[in-house]
Design a protein. Structure first.
Length: 365
């Protein structure tokens, strides 16, 4: 059996924030917006104006800073008390995770408005819960994707270039992990056979990044919306999400989760750790040198980590990596299917190999 799923609607373009009130009208009449400091200070007025024009009610709650279970409990209680029939997560990945989990708990409309193209969280049917120290504690399977994902490309263009690079790092893994699952008959992230749509969208995601990624970075640095930026926003946000859910996950994300256990790596974002994990996956598989070089050069040029030092690991590295080695290939975990013959030891060797190549690459730049 195959299953193809994604958000019910995906809308992207300049000025979307001002149109949000009319876009959500078919989904409900009273929405709670979960957002952080930037959302409150920079985007709240535009959202409220759009809701007034659409004749819909909206309330705001400031995000607590970490997508913990306690934070989801707090926001859920506020939404229930207000009688909201929809929840909007407006912000980055952790705001979005809390917004989606709140909507899931209430069984109400789920809307996502990312202010960064830094991950594929906006379109996925997952919500990641962290502990108070910032480590992943649980991945909640929501059973559905958002009802609406609305991306304002003008907002994305004003965000730091590093955030776009993080999204590209997360999206880069999409094809390489889906390929592992597709070639070996592993199930995808939602537990079914991989449809041609899954591997096809994953491949399109990779090709878009290589064709437009660096140009999109320049557009963000200039705070301009360009065709290249629009395509990369779509790849980071939509293609990556549908590609990984329909295509499957492997060691790049398992390594991300493992590295999140180390305090040294807490200065790196999800997509940065995934990018390094992707390079390690390709090395552990023994993929052709040309393919490994293409991924390494792309990451280095985009400012994504290609060395352990860039991840924050500079002291006691061997001991720290061995302390998390058991997480590199979680047993019986369909969400992180390892290629045949690749185990924790082989991935550890690949990490050192990538680190060496990464240092050589940076020296030549």
């Amino acid at each position: 059996m195959i299953r193809i799923q994604g958000p019910r609607a995906y809308v992207q373009g300049p000025g979307i924030l001002k149109k949000l009130g009319s876009l959500v009208q078919p989904l409900g009449s009273h929405f709670l917006v979960v957002t952080g400091h930037t959302g409150m200070t920079r985007y709240r007025a535009a959202v409220e104006e759009g809701f007034r024009e659409a004749g819909a009610a909206v309330e705001f709650v400031r995000f607590g800073g970490e997508s913990t279970a306690a934070e989801a409990d707090r926001v859920t209680a506020l939404a229930r008390e207000a009688g909201c029939d929809g929840v909007i997560g407006l912000g980055g990945g952790k705001v979005i995770d809390t917004g989606k989990l709140t909507a899931h708990r209430l069984g109400c409309a789920m809307v996502v408005v990312p202010t960064l193209a830094s991950s594929d969280a906006p379109c996925s049917s997952l919500s990641i819960v962290y502990d108070e120290k910032g480590a992943v504690s649980e991945v909640v399977l929501l059973g559905r994707n958002p009802d609406l994902v609305a991306v304002d490309s003008e907002v994305i263009a004003q965000a730091p270039a590093r955030m776009l690079a993080c999204g590209m790092g997360d999206a880069l893994a999409t094809y390489y992990e889906a390929r592992v699952c597709h070639e070996n008959g592993f199930p995808n992230a939602i537990g079914t056979q991989i449809p041609v749509t899954g591997i096809g969208l994953a491949r399109l995601c990779r090709d878009t990044l290589y064709a437009d990624g660096l140009d999109a970075m320049e557009a963000v640095r200039a705070q301009k919306v360009t065709p290249a930026l629009e395509r990369v926003i779509e790849a980071n946000t939509y293609l990556s999400a549908v590609g990984f859910e329909c295509g499957g996950l492997s060691c790049a994300h398992a390594l991300q989760d493992a590295l999140s256990e180390l305090e040294d790596c807490h200065g790196c974002y999800h997509g940065e750790k995934v990018a390094f994990g992707t390079l390690c996956l390709l090395a552990a598989e023994g993929r052709p040198e040309e393919e490994q070089r293409q991924a390494m050069d792309f990451c280095a040029q985009a400012g994504l980590p290609v060395t352990l030092a860039q991840l924050g690991l500079t002291e006691g590295v061997e001991e720290k990596l061995r302390s998390i080695q058991h997480l590199f290939c979680p047993p019986d975990d369909i969400a992180h299917s390892a290629p045949p013959g690749v185990d924790g030891g082989k991935l550890l060797s690949a990490i050192y190999q990538v680190d060496r190549r990464g240092r050589e690459t940076l020296e030549k730049m």
